[in-house]
Design a protein around this ligand. Sequence first.
Ligand code: ADP
Ligand code: MG
Length: 253
Amino acid sequence: ARPQELLLDVDKVRKQFGGLVAVNDVSFQIFAGEIIGLIGPNGAGKSTTFNLISGVLPLSSGAVRFRGHAVSNKPSREIARLGMSRTFQHVKMIPDMSVLENVALGAYVRSSKGVVQGMLGLGKAEEKQLFAEAERQLQRVGMGTQMFELAGNLALGPQRLMEIARALCTDPALLLLDEPAAGLRHKEKQALGDVIRQLKREGMSVLLVEHDMEFVMGLTDRIVVMEFGTKLVEGTPALIQSSPIVRAAYLGT
Ligand code: ADP
Ligand code: MG
C-alpha cells in the first residue's frame, strides 16, 4: 500500500487558562482520508484542542503542523486558506436570512479580509460565483430543496448541515466538526453520518468531537480519548470500546 499522506500533526500542544491546564501536551496525527473522533467527558479539553488547531486560540506551547506548514498561532483565515475548515459547537447564523444567503455570506467572510461591508461592493460576477458555490455545497450536503428557507426556521439537523456546507465553501482537505450530532434526532444523525461518509469517499479528512458513542463508533477510523486535558488513549473504535481505561474513565463501567 502507498504510504498515507500526513495531513495534521498535533505535537505536544498545551493550553493554560491561568492556573488551569485545559490541554496538557496532547499529540496525535491525522492522515489523508481519515475520519478521527475526539471524545471525552465534558471539560476534557476537546473544544479547546479544536480552537488551538484552527487558530482560534494561541497555544501556550507545542506545535501544530498542517500539510507541512507550521500553523501554530497563525490567524484562522490563513489556516483556512491552507485547506482547514471548521464548524463551532453552537450554530452561528443570521436567522432572518435564507439558508443560501447564510452560506454565501459565511463563505465570503471566511475567504476574504472579513469585512462584511465589502460584500456590498462585490461585482455582479463575483457575487454570482459566491452564490453558485454556496448552492453547490448545499446540494452536496443534501440541502438543495431548503436553500430558500429562512435559516432560523430550520430544525437543528438541517442547521448543522448548513454549517457544514458553509465550511465546505473554502474547499478544505480537513474538516473539523465540534459536536455535530449533539441534540439531533435519530434520522438527522443518519443524514449527518451519510454526509460525513460521502466526504471521506471524496478524499476529505474529518476530525469530529462527539459525545454520542454510537455515532462515533460507527463512523470513525480512529478515536482519540481525552480526560482532564490529557490524551488517555488512541485507537480503532473496536479497541476503544473494549479498553478498560476508557470504560472506567469515560463510560463509567
Ligand atoms: P470540552 O470541549 O471537552 O467539554 P473545553 O475545551 O471546552 O472542554 O474546556 C476544557 C477546560 O477549559 C474546562 O475546564 C473549561 O472550563 C476550560 N476553559 C475553556 N475555555 C476557557 C476559557 N476561554 N477561559 C478559561 N477556561 C476555559
Ligand atoms: Mg466542547
